[in-house]
Design a protein around this ligand. Structure first.
Ligand code: LLP
Length: 437
């Protein structure tokens, strides 16, 4: 095991005591459902869906948080869904998204939107079978997908996911554009790919660009221009353009929400220029994951040990990178709040590192990119207190694992003052299901 190197620099302070999540008592949630526990606030998800009402289609990148209750919630808000695998297709259908759109344009003259779109750079054999079985629309990230689809669904319409030659993300691991990324069809290959689509008998009805996750509006704004250039090459068959996802969310103290109205205006103007050029309406989509669910989600953990390693104090909680992987993967910052239990006297707030139960030194929630252990200023804690790790609703549960044979945590949805279990905690039996000796 390689220990993350220590540095003395600490992250910005996030001092906080928290007793409630969306009106539900943290202590009561922990008592009823156990810890570690994912808790989502339904109203926050609804609010984020409504923030994007100006767009013709909001398509949820469900990879961010694909619990059926969350999918059902966004569906009721009129949001459509993206699927990147057979499993996500299954989830979308199970949550009530229909496979097919209405055939006629809506009253606004816009072409109908596909409720479920399969977006990927490959078809594995299962996903191609599922796409064909349900007749789903496909957003192709590689040209080989065209012939593979045409063989099974002759005459289909497709969207092309284009790599515009640049990208940006909160980490190099989430940058999905440029030569360093495997994603999308390279922008200079478009003329060739259009010929291949034509030979395969497929019509290109949509264009999509997604340059990365956790980026910012300055980088995202460059995409509209790049997409417009490619759209002109594709021509009049286009009836849909997608700005992809990547909308930023404030995680750190002092960060604020981006102004999304200017971003919509930019894309709307792009769409209108294309409509004028082609002489028909074009549907404008956006495909957020993080934006819709990040702020709604928290991980409730219990502090099980407090120890000093030389001069550094560690709070050890019952969640690890098996529960929330973003810190170990990207050095991501998540705010934390303490929910004190019991009457024990507490001292002043202090700098602490927060780690989990796993047998791996990287199991630290307060780390920076590269695995350097940092500290956080938290109210003085005692064993038995609860610690809430916040803004964990996107790429949280979905990236949890069974490492160290830890069961996946339970998930709870808080809505209108009530809370309910939307996924049961795994049991030891679940962990060995399907195995044999
Ligand atoms: N569309 C496509 C094609 C994508 O690949 C993604 C994210 C999205 C939309 C949604 O991006 P968002 O709006 O969430 O930024 N695990 C990483 C994020 C990986 C993103 C993967 N693709 C993290 O925890 O930061």
């Amino acid at each position: 095991m390689i220990a993350p190197t220590s540095v003395s620099a600490s992250l910005p302070a996030a001092v906080g005591i928290r007793h409630e999540i969306a009106g539900a008592s943290v202590a009561a949630l922990a008592r009823q459902y156990g810890t570690p526990l994912y808790v989502y606030d339904a109203d926050t998800i609804r609010r984020r869906c409504r923030d994007l009402a100006a767009w013709d289609t909001v398509r949820f990148a469900q990879k961010a948080c694909s619990n059926l209750a969350v999918l059902d919630l966004v569906r009721r808000e009129g949001v459509l869904v993206d699927a990147v695998s057979t499993g996500e297709i299954h989830r979308a259908l199970a949550a009530g998204f229909p496979a097919h759109a209405a055939h006629q344009p809506g009253p606004d003259g816009l072409p109908p939107a596909h409720p479920i779109v399969y977006t990927a750079d490959i078809f594995d054999r299962d996903s191609l079978d599922a796409v064909v079985k349900h007749g789903l629309h496909v957003n192709c990230g590689s040209a080989d997908m065209l012939e593979q689809l045409a063989e099974r669904m002759p005459g289909a319409n497709v969207t092309l996911r284009v790599n515009p030659g640049f990208g940006h993300g909160h980490s190099q691991k989430t940058n999905t554009g440029g030569e360093g990324s495997k994603h999308g069809i390279w922008h200079e290959e478009i003329p060739d790919v259009l010929r291949r689509a034509e030979w395969a008998g497929l019509a290109v009805s949509g264009l999509h660009m997604h340059i990365g996750s956790g980026t910012d509006l300055a980088h995202l704004a460059e995409v509209a221009e790049a997409l417009e250039r490619v759209a002109i090459e594709v021509g009049r068959s286009l009836t849909m353009v997608s700005a992809g996802g990547g909308l930023p969310v404030p995680y750190k103290p002092g960060e604020v929400h981006a102004d999304l109205s200017g971003y919509f205006t930019l894309w709307d103007a792009t769409r209108k220029r294309l409509e004028d050029r082609f002489g028909h309406r074009i549907r404008l989509e956006i495909e957020p994951g993080r934006y819709l669910t990040a702020e709604s989600g928290s991980v409730v953990t219990e502090i099980r040990a407090i120890k000093k390693q030389g001069s550094r104090k560690y709070l050890l909680v019952d969640a690890g990178f098996n529960t929330l992987a973003r810190p170990v993967l990207y050095g991501s910052y998540h705010p934390m709040s303490l929910c004190p239990q019991g009457e024990a006297e507490r001292g002043a707030a202090e700098e602490v590192a927060v780690g989990g139960p796993l047998c791996e030194s990287g199991d630290i929630f307060t780390q920076t990119d590269g695995g350097f252990v940092a500290t956080r200023n938290l109210p003085a804690a005692a064993v038995g207190d609860l610690l809430v790790i916040e803004i964990a609703g996107a790429y949280g549960f979905v990236m949890a694992s069974n490492y160290n044979s830890k069961p996946l945590p339970a998930e709870v949805l808080v809505d209108g003052g009530t809370h309910r279990l939307v996924r049961a905690r795994q049991t030891p039996e679940d962990l060995v299901r399907g195995e044999c000796v």
